[in-house]
Design a protein around this ligand. Structure first.
Ligand SMILES: [Zn+2]
Ligand SMILES: [Zn+2]
Length: 216
């Protein structure tokens, strides 16, 4: 018989979260029976059922670590990119496009590996700039590696200048911060008398738009 007249369930003698353990007290927050381990761990904050686990706040990644990560990621991409670039040396328009694509890949790899802030702030700030530079440098390395593997062109020669520049451009453009919206950029200026056409940024072609259909 229990003093005080309160009816107690047998379940109340067990921890609500760990039924194998006997209850020590009741959670001060939700009232569930709590085991000794929970009482020690959560104290006045609650119990294992209701207390938000104190999520450890991830310490900010040091800049150097970000840059090392970026370099490792970019170099890995450069190795793969070099193998690809070697296949397309002097391959017509592919020989022009490939260095830019490889640069974009190394730039993206550097950015992803560094863990720089995503979203609207992507690519902004000093660290982000350094990461982009690392990506661009890795793009040049990748193009050079391609020439080394392909063996028809010296990677340190005038002939390697344009592909290297294309790799840098690819890396920088690919990792460029997104354009600010109209709010900060001001209203978009449009030349007077010019209709927006399909293909213009922000203009989606609509089949029912009379201005876009051609009369046959
Ligand atoms: Zn428990
Ligand atoms: Zn609780």
């Amino acid at each position: 018989m229990v003093a005080g007249g309160t009816a107690r369930n047998a379940a109340d003698d067990r921890c609500a979260v760990h039924p194998a353990r006997p209850a020590l007290d009741r959670c001060p927050v939700c009232g569930r029976p709590r085991c000794a381990a929970d009482a020690v761990r959560h104290a006045a904050a609650g119990c294992a059922a209701c207390a938000r686990p104190a999520r450890p706040v991830a310490p900010p990644v040091p800049v150097l670590e970000r840059l090392v990560r970026a370099a490792l990621g970019a170099l890995a991409a450069a190795l793969a990119g070099g193998l690809v670039a070697a296949q397309y040396v002097d391959a017509g328009w592919l020989g022009v496009v490939t260095p830019a694509v490889v640069g974009a890949a190394t730039g993206a790899a550097a950015q992803a590996a560094s863990g720089v802030v995503r979203g609207p702030e992507r690519g902004r700030g000093r660290t982000a700039l350094q990461v982009r530079a690392i990506g661009a440098g890795a793009g040049v390395l990748a193009v050079g590696l391609g020439f080394l593997l392909e063996r028809s062109r010296d990677p340190v020669s005038a002939g390697a200048l344009l592909p290297s520049a294309l790799a840098v451009a690819g890396a920088l453009l690919w990792t460029a911060p997104p354009r600010r919206g109209r709010r900060t950029g001001g209203p978009a200026r449009r030349r007077p008398g010019r209709r927006p056409r399909a293909g213009d940024p922000g203009v989606t072609a609509r089949a029912d738009d009379p201005g876009l259909t051609t009369r046959g």
